[in-house]
Write a protein that binds this ligand. Structure first.
Ligand code: ADP
Length: 405
């Protein structure tokens, strides 16, 4: 292993590589969207170092753990969490220095589980800190120098420069996401807050009957509950969007998750006279992920089915294995979603016009569900026919499968 202090700055860098760095730097600063940005950084790191794979880990300051957020060829890597102690990335964060590991398998700091969970075979690693104003926010890694070669000093130097530039771009994207979200949060909270204030004032007017006071107090209570629900959703979304969400990473039995969600929602379905059925095909192998978040995703999808269906309608939950993934669908016989609304359905705060008359909502449930599925390395889609019903389908990569989550 060698670190930065061992390095001598090479006499001259190739002009082509310098040009490439400038070009990359420009392109990094041209986007404030976190996911595409991370993907761009990983690709650039892989090209610059001529390696088989590159990945980015971001530091969660609260837990002190590192989360894989992007990789060039391993889409499922995003659910893998790496500890600070006993990992190369942890060492980079603690020392704030680049680390070169010529033979990963024989290095005591190498965190083997990442290989096992991602189905990748790491031979050599070059890992550099992503530093903004003296703070390490993450680690940029290049893995397996192509054609079995070794990492050269020039690789270390190039990746260090890229790591620094990438860190600033990532920090900007994180801040932008936050400020954007804050503006939307304030906007969305204003409506219920206005009615809380309005009705609270009304209650205090002289001449109000007890009946009126009770009615208005009921509205205030309902709006306050809605605000609490909004606050919870905002927190969830803020964490998921900023990449700070610490997804638990353990084997999860999806069948249990589905049955739990169904039993929570059965009283609601009964009250609305909506049928609810579960069909789990085969013995489902476990997925690696966060049981609580997957429970939340199931609650959102099944809850929507019940919420938007009317008396006599039906919501059917199906789960099965298809090759390397589990496929879960929630199909209802409700009103359906108009074709022109479908492309916007996962956008935050989006509600189909007139939904307000059908059911209370924030337009955040599907956004959160989408993020949860994505964070597990899966995909979610919707198909719907007006007057016929709606089906949401999502996939989750299986443990040990290629591109595993
Ligand atoms: P919310 O239900 O809180 O409004 P969601 O993000 O869960 O927010 O859903 C966004 C919108 O998508 C809803 O407002 C509704 O218009 C539409 N929608 C979601 N699920 C269904 C469904 N099963 N059937 C019909 N419309 C739906």
């Amino acid at each position: 292993m060698m670190n930065e202090s061992d390095l001598e700055i090479p006499e001259g860098k190739s002009v082509a590589q310098l040009e490439r760095l400038i070009e990359i730097s420009r392109s990094l600063n041209s986007t404030l969207e976190l996911r595409p940005l991370l993907q761009r950084i990983a690709r650039a790191a892989q090209q610059l170092t001529d390696t088989e794979e590159s990945s980015i880990l971001l530091l969660d300051r609260k837990t002190g753990q590192l989360h894989f957020e992007a990789a060039t060829n391993l889409p499922g890597i995003r659910s893998i969490v790496v500890p600070m102690e006993g990992s190369i990335a942890g060492l980079v964060v603690q020392t704030s220095k680049p680390v070169v590991v010529p033979d990963a398998r024989s290095d005591p700091h190498f965190y083997r589980q990442a290989d096992e969970q991602s189905d990748f075979s790491t031979r050599s690693i070059l890992a550099v800190p992503m530093v903004v104003r003296g703070n390490v926010i993450g680690v940029l890694e290049a893995l397996n120098k192509r054609s079995g070669g070794e990492f050269m000093r020039e690789d270390v130097e190039m990746l260090t420069v890229l790591g620094g530039q990438a860190a600033v771009a990532v920090q900007n994207a994180l801040l932008f996401q936050q400020s954007d979200l804050v503006a939307e949060i304030v906007h969305e909270m204003r409506t219920p807050l206005m009615s809380v204030i309005g009705y609270a004032e009304l209650i205090q007017q002289p001449g109000m009957t007890l009946e009126q006071c009770q009615q208005f107090a009921g509205i205030v209570e309902g709006e306050a509950e809605r605000l609490t629900g909004l606050a919870d959703s905002f927190l969830d979304l803020a964490k998921l969007e900023s990449g700070r969400a610490s997804l638990a990473c353990a084997p999860v039995d999806l069948s249990t998750v589905i049955h739990m969600a169904v039993s929570v929602l059965t009283p609601q379905a009964n009250a609305r006279q909506v049928g609810l059925s579960v069909n789990i095909i085969d013995d489902l192998p476990p997925v690696v992920g966060d049981g609580q978040r997957l429970h939340q995703a199931m609650l959102n999808l099944i809850g929507n089915g019940i919420k938007y269906c009317g008396s006599g309608d039906h919501v059917a939950v199906t789960a099965k294995r298809e090759g390397d993934v589990l496929v879960v669908s929630v199909a209802d016989t409700g009103p359906g979603i108009p074709a022109d609304a479908l492309p916007r359905i996962f956008e935050r705060f989006y509600r189909v016009p007139d939904s307000e008359c059908q059911a209370v909502g924030s337009g955040l449930g599907l956004t959160i569900t989408h993020k949860i599925v994505e964070a597990h390395g899966g995909e979610i889609s919707v198909s719907s026919e007006e007057g016929e019903g709606t089906t949401f389908t999502f996939t989750l990569p299986l443990e040990g499968a290629a591109g595993d989550a």
